[in-house]
Write a protein that binds this ligand. Structure first.
Ligand SMILES: [Zn+2]
Length: 496
């Protein structure tokens, strides 16, 4: 009897271990959102965007060809700014002390809807529109993060909104922000410090992606800075006692940091590279320089971690009898997501649908994947489910986070990069410079214009967005992570 009972219990245990979750079981993080309705306003916007698609494709290809890196986006910024001007926007160039930053405004009064545009390329990623690696010019920059379609789609969305506002007599303001130097996490930080985003009711932005999605996730707060150590040179064998090694100071800093890791919260991330470590082993280096990132879950944690990092640098200089200088480059907050606003963007993504890639475009994407040794799945043609994030913090850092502390900000991702290809990669450069990129750009422009029109026509949505935003900020006011006297790292126009 006892034995029978045990075997029944055993069978039940086995069954429960191997039981598959039923098809009905729902993901607790999943959020239900229905597709938005195709209103006459949106119909107008979509029609206008489709009619003007060839011009936007041309603009995005030009920016792709300019391939200007952070703070050198002179041609790219001017192309977008002059287009907006031609379309009736009032453009202010050189905002926040950066020649390649601009703000283009149309309309008046509230709500004031912001749209973010980026256009910087990445060093060394030059690539032809081919499915195998082949640079246009070896070592030159390329658009490895799709910012050529980013900036153009945002501009297209802003002008589409303006056309509809004009035609239908809608009141309110659209502001397109030309944001330079995203890749160095710089542009929007200086714009935010200068109060450029202060009057917004809400803000829309997107990023070219592997997926078609609207994220409610966050990102890491960050401080990035360089340290220079100054020592005394000497012959490494002849009279090393006269030398004070700047490289030793960097090495001891790094040893200290690597011990510090154990006593930081698991969310902290510290990384570094040595930019200058001396010239030859037989000369004691009197100069050395390294670049550090300190990231964590939120601004307060980064501030705390950073204080301890500074102590280690100070200690390393004492140990080596060297002096040092810290050059603060930039800092950002963690991203504050906005659920009511994101729901609107997601409903419009469902309305517009994913990019309609052709068989030919899928084959091109699969060739890239083959050359990379990743699964040949092509480009994403589904929309990701709308979900609450699994954890409340992120991994990467973005200067969009600064905007999200100043106004409710929504994010959107549209596919243009083959599944499984890494970020900042030649494969992404190729796709962003051709029809694949144009299609992604058009979807992004439609979703952003439709969402912007929803925000303009329904002040109650913006009100809801602002209520949640205030709640999430927990009474904290935005304080720039930048030292008050820090100037933007302006670069001269490069000669090509
Ligand atoms: Zn990017």
């Amino acid at each position: 009897m006892k034995r029978a009972l045990f075997s029944i219990l055993g069978a039940m245990l086995l069954l429960s271990l191997y039981a598959q979750p039923s098809q009905e079981e729902k993901d607790p993080l999943l959020l239900e959102v229905k597709p938005a309705k195709l209103t006459p306003l949106k119909k107008d916007a979509f029609q206008w965007l489709e009619n003007n698609m060839p011009e936007f494709s041309k603009i995005s290809e030009k920016i792709w060809e300019f391939a200007e890196v952070a703070m050198e986006e002179y041609e790219s910024a001017e192309l977008l700014a002059s287009y907006l001007e031609k379309k009736g926007f009032k453009v202010e160039r050189g905002v926040a002390g950066m020649p390649t930053a601009f703000v283009a405004v149309y309309g008046s009064g509230e709500p004031i809807i912001g749209i973010l545009a980026e256009y910087d390329a990445l060093p060394t990623l030059s690539q032809k529109r081919l499915s195998h690696k082949e640079p246009v010019e070896e070592g030159e920059p390329g658009h490895g993060c799709g910012h050529n379609i980013f900036g153009t789609a945002s501009t297209a969305a802003a002008v589409a909104m303006k056309e509809v506002m004009e035609k239908r007599g809608l009141s309110g303001t659209v502001k397109l922000f030309g944001c330079p130097a995203e890749e160095t996490v710089v542009g929007k930080v200086f714009m935010a410090r200068d109060g450029v985003f202060d009057d917004l009711s809400c803000c829309i932005q997107w990023h070219p992606s592997t997926e078609n999605n609207v994220s409610l996730g966050s990102s890491n707060a960050l401080n990035q800075f360089e340290v220079e150590f100054f020592g005394k040179t000497a012959h490494s064998a002849g009279d090393p006692w006269h030398g004070r090694s700047a490289l030793d100071a960097i090495e001891l800093t790094n040893v200290g940091l690597n011990y510090l890791r154990e006593h930081l919260k698991p969310t902290a991330r510290i990384h570094y590279v040595i930019l200058d470590g001396g010239g030859a082993p037989n000369v004691v280096p009197d100069y050395a320089r390294a670049w550090y990132y300190v990231r964590d879950i939120d601004r307060e944690s980064v501030d705390k971690d950073y204080k301890r990092v500074l102590k280690i640098i100070e200690a390393a200089s004492m140990m080596t009898e060297t002096t040092y200088k810290i050059k603060f480059i930039s800092g950002v907050h963690e991203m504050v997501s906005n659920r009511p606003g994101s729901e609107v963007v997601y409903s419009n993504l469902l309305l517009v649908g994913p990019p309609p890639f052709t068989e030919e475009e899928q084959t091109f994407a699969k060739e890239i994947q083959k050359n990379l040794g990743v699964e040949e799945k092509g480009l994403k043609t589904e929309i990701e489910p709308f979900k609450l994030p699994q954890r409340s913090w992120g991994s990467g850092s973005s200067d969009v986070a600064e905007v999200s502390w100043l106004t409710p900000t929504t994010s959107l991702g549209v596919a243009y990069k083959p599944i499984g290809t890494p970020g900042h990669h030649w494969g992404a450069v190729a796709c962003g410079g051709m029809s694949i990129g144009h299609k992604s750009m058009m979807i992004a422009a439609k979703v952003m214009a439709a969402s912007g029109l929803d925000f303009l026509a329904h002040p109650e949505i913006v009100k809801k967005m602002r209520v949640e935003w205030k709640k999430k900020k927990k009474g904290k006011e935005y304080k720039s992570p930048l030292p008050a006297d820090l100037k933007p790292p302006i670069k001269a126009k490069s000669k090509k």
